[in-house]
Design a protein around this ligand. Structure first.
Ligand code: GLP
Length: 241
């Protein structure tokens, strides 16, 4: 694992943004997996702003998000589809044909999961997957205990996770929610992965993921086994490594 430590949050966001732009400049038809969350919001904004100043060729780039909430309309502002669209892809003018996402409303999410994974494969698989990390080491929505051999699926959410999702997306209690996510195996098939984390609240889990044992109890620890994984941290998140 290559570790990059940014001096501060601003530098972290800029490095992260340039990783996405660099990938597209290097390979026009890159397939890029994104992540929603506080970690990635600024990187998306910076990519959008730079595109506005100096448009680069995104006409062949393909995008998806690592996970999505189920049982919501896609247009709901808290869906990953809507967040990635408003933060990034609407600014870049990327049409839905090049934004691979599962349906958020379906009576067969197993099928949706398979279709999602197949669509990424049909485009050649992910050249780059950007990941955040949850407080318990989750990647995508794969919670501790998820088998490393998991394919794309609807992961159970634990109570804390579900409460956070509801708080952040405004989905009321009682409205059924699911977390459709690329599986650990699927994530590991990406040719290149960047795990991004900033803030002191991520320091301990980053230590466990990078320096602890590779264990299903800490899903992000599997990244130690990936041949091309960069961990991008700010000074605070790097505090314990
Ligand atoms: C959620 C998302 C993940 C994200 C993680 C970290 O669980 N489903 O994809 O990586 O949160 O979020 P944040 O960047 O807000 O800390």
């Amino acid at each position: 694992m290559k570790i990059t430590i940014a001096e501060n949050e601003k530098q972290f966001d800029e490095i992260a943004a340039w990783r996405i732009i660099g990938q597209i400049l290097e390979k026009k038809n890159s397939v890029i997996g994104l992540s929603t969350g506080q970690t990635t919001t600024n990187m998306h904004r910076i990519v959008s702003e730079l595109y506005g100043l100096h448009p680069f060729d995104v006409s062949e780039a393909v995008f998806f998000n690592v996970d999505e909430l189920t049982n919501l309309p896609r247009s709901y502002a808290g869906s990953c589809y809507a967040m990635i669209r408003s933060q990034l892809l609407d600014h870049l003018g990327v049409p839905d044909e090049r934004f691979l996402m599962p349906l958020t409303e379906s009576d067969d999410f197993e099928l949706e999961s398979r279709k999602f994974e197949d669509s990424i494969r049909q485009h050649g698989g992910a050249d780059l997957q950007i990941l955040g990390i949850g407080w318990n080491g989750h990647i995508g929505i794969n919670q501790p205990g998820t088998p490393f051999g998991s394919n794309t699926w609807v992961s159970p959410m634990d109570e804390i996770f579900e409460a956070r999702v509801r708080r952040e997306t405004g989905v009321p209690d009682g409205h059924e929610l699911g977390g459709l996510t690329l599986g650990i195996k699927t994530i590991m098939q990406s040719r290149r992965i960047i795990l991004a984390a900033k803030g002191v609240h991520k320091a301990e889990i980053i230590r466990q993921a990078l320096q602890g044992p590779v264990t299903e109890a800490v899903p992000a620890s599997v990244l130690q086994l990936h041949p091309n994984c960069e961990v991008l941290l700010d000074r605070e998140a790097a505090d314990a490594v």
